[in-house]
Ligand binder design. Structure first.
Ligand code: COA
Length: 338
């Protein structure tokens, strides 16, 4: 296989380490059967989810993000003081401000870092990863910590069976650094946003349009609202479209993809997307059964699953794809270098 290198920056960026954290408490399908009218068979058949990890009260997104970042640094063998930038993708920041990145910076002791939060729902991790890669490729920075973390349980209505079965809490991080001689790292990406889908998946309350009041809380506007069927169809169509585009413009075919690591929203969305892309099932990473949809954390958690299973190895060509509220959609092509 020959790879055409799209971007001409003299510095190339790569993922040099991965770290993850999920809280220990489990919410199983059997637990949900006691909370709403649902059953394990329906949930597994329609979504592939068996369980989710949830935080205990008092644990916030910055706690999951900090643990994931610590794990990432431990595996890379460097102290937090070497981190230059911290990017946190999340839709469940600890507070509207300060940015969760500031809280993480303080928790891990990254005394030399600046950073900020990025809001792109389930595409947040891919978007933040590209921002991090550009900061490295520009020559401005050499160590960027990119984190995707969400405490979805803080914005889920556990009396709404159409959403409460889907989501879990978790955090994942990657370190972005310049490639060494002969390495390729980040190859290409394509991102799209489409605000015409804003009302199909959103949390209407608590922002400047509907500041929190007793009325917004009584109307449950502080929870996730979703038209599941509409989201399902657009997710499959757009992830496969962008995946196909990014492969084609780099002169690659599905046969060149060693591993497909998609956002984990619904196992049926993943399988339908892979089928449209012509990717064989054995090349797909699926761990939604264990974690549910952890929003910005799904892709680094899936990278970690593939690493632990020995399926993700240096030199592999990897396709990542995401879809989320916004709508936001992304596809990234890279060479795995760690
Ligand atoms: N348990 C049992 N039955 C349920 C249920 C649950 N948790 N949730 C919905 N149902 C019922 C519905 O009420 C409906 O019943 P009806 O036929 O009597 O009206 C039936 O199951 C089918 O509902 P439908 O919404 O058509 O199911 P679905 O197969 O589309 O699955 C989702 C629903 C939410 C799982 C699915 O649409 C989905 O995953 N959408 C995408 C969501 C997503 O990925 N969001 C994040 C994007 S990043």
């Amino acid at each position: 296989m020959s790879l055409t290198l799209k971007h001409r920056s003299p510095v190339r960026a790569k993922i040099s380490s991965v770290g993850t954290y999920v809280p220990p408490r489990l919410l199983t399908n059997a637990d949900l059967e006691k909370m709403v009218t649902t059953n394990d068979e329906w949930i597994q058949e329609r979504t592939g989810i068996r369980q989710r990890h949830l935080v205990d009260p008092g644990t916030a997104t910055s706690d999951l993000a900090a643990e994931a970042a610590r794990d990432c640094l431990r595996r890379r063998g460097i102290p937090a003081t070497e981190v230059e930038v911290i990017l946190v993708a999340t839709v469940t920041p600890d507070m509207l401000f300060p940015a969760t990145a500031c809280l993480v910076q303080n928790k891990i002791g990254a005394t030399g870092a600046w950073g900020f939060d990025l809001s792109a729902a389930c595409s947040g991790f891919l978007y933040a990863m590209q921002v991090g890669a550009k900061l490295v490729e520009s020559g401005a920075h050499k160590k960027v910590m990119v984190i995707g973390a969400d405490v979805m349980s803080s914005i889920i209505d556990y009396t709404d069976r159409s959403t409460c079965i889907l989501f879990g809490d978790g955090g994942g991080a990657v370190l972005i650094e310049p490639c060494s001689e002969g390495e390729i790292g980040m190859l290409d990406y394509t991102h799209e946003i489409d605000g015409s889908g804003a009302n199909s998946l959103y949390m209407p309350g608590g922002g400047s349009l509907h500041p929190s009041t007793i009325d917004t809380v009584n109307a449950k506007m502080h929870y996730v609202h979703q038209e599941g069927g509409a989201v399902f169809k657009v997710a499959v169509r757009k992830m496969s479209e962008l995946g196909e585009n990014v492969l084609a413009r780099n002169g690659l075919t599905p046969a060149d993809v060693d591993l497909f690591i998609p956002h984990q929203a619904n196992q049926r969305i993943i399988l339908a997307t892979a089928e449209r892309l012509g990717l064989p099932q054995e090349n797909i990473v699926i761990n939604i059964g264990e974690y549910g949809n952890t929003t910005a954390a799904t892709i680094p958690l899936a990278m970690n699953t593939a690493l632990s299973d020995g399926r993700l190895k240096k030199g592999m060509t990897i396709l990542l794809a995401s879809f989320g509220g916004g709508y936001t959609v992304g596809a990234t092509l890279l060479r795995w270098e760690c």
